[in-house]
Design a protein around this ligand. Structure first.
Ligand SMILES: NC(=O)c1ccc[n+]([C@@H]2O[C@H](COP(=O)([O-])OP(=O)(O)OC[C@H]3O[C@@H](n4cnc5c(N)ncnc54)[C@H](OP(=O)(O)O)[C@@H]3O)[C@@H](O)[C@H]2O)c1
Length: 274
């Protein structure tokens, strides 16, 4: 097979919100769907030309397997999948909270196991994919970097701890930002604007502001000051957000709650293995 992004067959164990978004983007970016197999209990289609099965195929050994089901489903999947893989298979897990050691304990054969934490904007090629691995196989890691870079920004972490923290910021972050957009729209509605219009405007505003911040040499704190004239309307609003650093404290508690849950999930995956 000659696929510029894949060295051989790609299998996806589970293809819901996240793995489905990754697959749709990969296909748009030139992955040949006939090189992809999705294994999912429902057998639901996963895109034109993609093979979907409910059992693990027996006619090939995958070059790359992406674990895309929920973390608690690991012990349903691993006993069926592990015996099929060989040393060359690159195992990629997007399971939140499941550590490399917990994966290694269940998948002995693959030389390279990689944890990836993508986020939903991968669907439009604007995602962030955090990556970490204890593998020394530079070629396998370069291959994965190429594949993940088609989804947006791919960044490697030497340490799993840093990977996990970054994963809470970027993996869960879109939900936090969507909530903020919702809060802006709801507030504008309460003050008199129709909700649909407020939501549309809030979305356009966030898109433009993010693009400006990404293109600018100024950091967000400085950009905020550039919007706020002394004594003006923006400054009046910022005074509310900044009072007692209320927003910063709320966001810190939010990320800390994600981290705590991640640690609990890691402990669950560890204890089941032992
Ligand atoms: N959603 C996000 O933004 C996000 C971000 C970063 C990481 N993640 C990670 O991505 C993973 C999936 O999350 P999601 O939001 O995409 O969940 P989801 O939409 O519920 O998808 C779960 C998928 O797992 C499949 N599945 C269930 N049991 C299975 C089994 N025994 N073998 C193989 N596949 C099985 C389901 O199959 P059917 O479709 O046939 O029911 C479904 O396709 C999680 O581990 C999560 O930590 C998600």
């Amino acid at each position: 097979m000659a696929d510029p992004l894949l060295p051989g067959p790609l299998w996806l164990a589970g293809c819901g919100n996240m793995a489905g978004a990754m697959l749709a983007r990969w296909i748009e970016q030139g992955v040949d769907p006939s090189h992809v197999s999705v294994i999912r209990p429902s057998g639901r289609p996963a895109g034109e030309g993609v093979r979907v099965t409910t059992d693990y195929p027996e006619d090939e050994v995958p070059a790359i397997v992406l674990l895309g089901m929920k973390p608690y489903q690991l012990d349903e999947v691993a006993p069926l999948l592990a015996p099929i893989l060989d040393e060359e298979t690159i195992l990629v897990s997007i399971l939140a909270g499941v550590e490399l050691a917990s994966l290694r304990a269940r998948f002995a054969r693959p030389r390279t196991i990689i944890r990836a934490m993508p986020n939903l904007p991968v669907r439009v090629g604007k995602g962030v994919v955090c990556l970490t691995s204890d593998s020394e196989d530079l070629a396998a890691k370069a291959l994965l970097t190429g594949l993940m870079a088609t989804l947006g920004h791919a960044e490697w972490f030497e340490e799993e701890l840093g990977f996990q923290l970054a994963g809470h910021l970027t993996g869960a972050g879109p939900a936090f930002l969507f909530r903020f957009i919702d809060a802006l729209a709801a507030a504008a509605e309460r003050l008199g604007l129709p909700f649909d219009q407020a939501q549309r405007l809030a979305l356009c505003m966030v898109e433009g502001s993010a693009a400006l911040a990404a293109a600018s040499d100024d950091d967000p704190e400085r950009l905020a000051r550039r919007v706020a004239s002394p004594g003006g309307t923006t400054e009046a609003g910022l005074k509310i957000l900044d009072a007692d650093r209320a927003l910063f404290a709320l966001v810190e508690r939010t990320l800390a709650a994600s981290r705590t849950r991640g640690l609990e999930m890691a402990a669950e995956a560890r204890s089941k293995r032992d």
